[in-house]
Design a protein. Sequence first.
Length: 294
Amino acid sequence: MENRLELHYKKIRRVLLAILGLNWLVALVKIAYGSATRCESMTADGFHSLADGASNIIGLIGIHFACQPVDKDHPYGHRKYETFFALGIAAMLFVVAFNLGKEGVLHLFNPPPAPHVDMNSFIVMLVTMGINTLVMVYERRRGRELRSDILLSDSMHTGADIFTSVSVIAALIVIKMGFPLLDPIVTILISIFIAHAGYDIVKQSSNVLCDTAAILDLQKIESIVLGTSGVKSCHKIRSRGRPDDIHIDLHVQVNPDMHVDNAHKLSYAIEEAIKRGVPEVTDVVVHIEPEEKA
């Protein structure tokens, strides 16, 4: 189990390292060219891409803790550390959003010199946006395959970067048309996009950390349990945990005359049946009760 868990997080680590290099390459290009041409929206988008790289580092730290084996202080394992560190990515997004929004508002009332926009500006944005699109699609696909909070949160971060890049391209067009005042307005819009991405991550992570029901289709669990020989009925089905680490507890009624040894074997049979039917389930607690006679 622990070897499989370690292999799982090695796959996540490789994805994060590859994306880290691409994010920083995109960020440096945007920041360098945006600063050289005094284009605030492009520079802001570059810092957003830089934050994408920083979120990759947070993710690497998170999976380092998450892949640790079960110990005395953590009998359920450390996998929720991945969810916890996803909140770190959200916090960083909120800080970046606040700083960019403040800068946009200041420059809205105290406009800086008009930025220089040429064909190279559009080429830089289109190429970097294309790279971000490939990164987001790849990271989201791998995140779903590996059931990784970090990868899915980071792909949302990159997705916000794509939307802001579209906004920057729109700003470049209106600046070229002679409306430079729209540049700080676009910077403010970018900050809103970033804050919204942070909110989505907080919402998803809090569902796991606050033990929101992990399985909504309880009838599926009930049908699996009732299909086990010896079960009369089941109720009080509860679930919690991460999408790849679901814990279930439920009450099962059996014949009152059933020997405790057989009841013990039945509880294991129910656990194995649920894990076969729902592979994401890693722990099942079965409460055996005597069937109530009418």
